[in-house]
Design a protein around this ligand. Structure first.
Ligand code: PA5
Length: 426
């Protein structure tokens, strides 16, 4: 479901000649769980090992909730929300024609934003899924207080009890204790799966079920990737190798993930977290950034074409089959001179732009381009792509010699903030 094209990467030869033994060794570290952080490799077999009972329970609870609400507030930050949002937007699009809207909170402490959401939902039928593995993260914690209170005040304690779901650790953390005390339905985040690897657990699956997304197809996609990528010559590993060569042998410092579909923007945000948090440590790693073309061709495109060289390369997601295609309408007067385009669909024009841009950036601009062909933007494709990138980052992180599964740097700001806020114990 993903086809990689390295013909404009400028390192095709180096990728082919890369030490196969090294790939084999790292693959063994991943599969045999012998590398750093290996107690966080629970996602590796999850497509065939997931808890079916819990999945069926989630389906039941989500079905009931879906009947009752218009808005689901998804509370979480980083890995506890980006996957669900990436899936929601990629699969349903930006203006879904569905009964239930997902709104994301807990990822900001902006009082202005939170107040806007309060005003938006206060007269609506809403529910809450509160996602936090540690159960102690400040941003989602204080946001939950606001909306739990709002639900109790605008409805009742009884209704709040039916409409609030917690996704957290099976035993520990403040959220687990709170959910148990209040009698909220709770689903579990497995111990051995970290936030940015948790899309296929209740973290991603529960909100997506409430949104009416076909999560069976999502699992089918992840399972297909799990099978397809067993061979060590797989393309996810080749992509990891290409990034490694561009970074450590050619000196590139950043990678921008480009897509030509606005509804892939949050997918890129998820990808940025996956690669940024997994690799950015010990003074190493590529800085992950993203662009959406055409819009960014009219801003960052200038920099990519003619700005500082040898810092940035592009990885382009080329979606072959759009969810919907439309034609450029005929106009008798042709005052804008655009009738020459009426034989093309928008998608065909978009694809032509993609070809022209690759030529401009890779050949004139000398910017390496890697192309990832995605078949579609549906649930199966999403599941496939998520697993594909998770396996790629495991290979990529271990090639760099770092632990891809921790995020020690994230704690530093938290400690500073807690000291300043006079949190007990800091
Ligand atoms: O990938 C990660 O581990 C992080 O982004 C976490 O998901 C994020 O910090 C939220 O943590 P928690 O789920 O404990 O609230």
């Amino acid at each position: 479901m993903i086809k990689v094209n390295f013909s404009n990467s400028k390192i095709e030869k180096e990728i082919k000649e890369f030490d196969k033994e090294k790939i084999k060794k790292v693959d063994e570290m991943i599969r045999n769980k012998t590398g750093q952080g290996s107690d966080f490799l629970g996602w590796l077999d999850w497509p065939v090992n997931y808890d079916e009972n819990e999945y069926n329970k989630m389906k039941e609870v989500a079905k009931k909730l879906r009947q009752e609400i218009e808005v689901l507030l998804v509370i979480g930050i980083g890995g506890s929300y980006l996957g669900a949002r990436a899936a929601d937007e990629m699969i349903r699009g930006l203006y879904p024609n569905d009964k239930v809207e997902l709104i994301y909170i807990g990822n900001t402490m902006s009082s202005t934003y939170i107040d806007q959401v309060v005003n938006y939902v206060k007269d609506k039928e809403f529910g809450i899924v509160n996602v936090s593995k540690s159960g102690t993260t400040t941003e989602p914690g204080i946001s939950f207080r606001v909306f739990e209170k709002l639900l109790v005040e605008t409805k009742s304690k009884e209704i709040a009890k039916k409409r609030i779901v917690a996704v957290t650790d099976k035993a520990k953390g403040a959220l687990k204790e709170l959910a148990t005390a209040e009698g909220y339905e709770t689903f579990t985040i497995p111990d051995d799966i970290g936030g940015r690897f948790s899309v296929f657990t209740p973290v991603g699956v529960f909100p997506l079920l409430v949104a009416g997304i076909d999560t069976d197809a999502l699992f089918a996609g992840s399972k297909q990737a799990y099978e397809d990528l067993k061979d060590i010559n797989n393309q996810a590993y080749q992509y990891a190798v290409a990034r490694y060569i561009l970074n450590t042998k050619k000196g590139f410092k950043a990678e921008t993930l480009v897509s030509y579909e606005l509804q892939m923007q949050m997918f890129s945000e998820w990808w940025k977290q996956l690669f940024g948090e997994s690799e950015g440590k010990d003074g190493k790693g590529l800085f992950p950034t993203s662009c959406v073309f055409s819009t960014d061709l009219h801003s960052l495109g200038q920099f990519i074409q003619e700005g500082t060289k040898n810092i940035l390369f592009e990885t382009i997601i080329d979606v072959k089959h759009p969810t919907k295609d439309i034609n450029v309408p005929e106009n008798k007067e042709n005052l804008d001179g655009l009738n020459y385009l009426t034989k093309n669909s928008f998608h065909k024009i978009n694809q032509t732009a993609l070809q022209g841009v690759i030529d401009a950036h890779a050949n004139d601009g000398q910017v390496p381009n890697i192309v990832l062909e995605f078949e579609t933007m549906d649930a199966k494709m999403f599941g496939y792509a998520i697993y594909w990138f998770m396996l790629a980052v495991a290979m990529s992180g271990y090639l760099l010699g770092i632990n891809p599964f921790n995020q020690p740097g994230v704690e530093i700001y938290k400690n500073n903030m807690f000291k300043l806020l006079k949190k007990p114990g800091y």
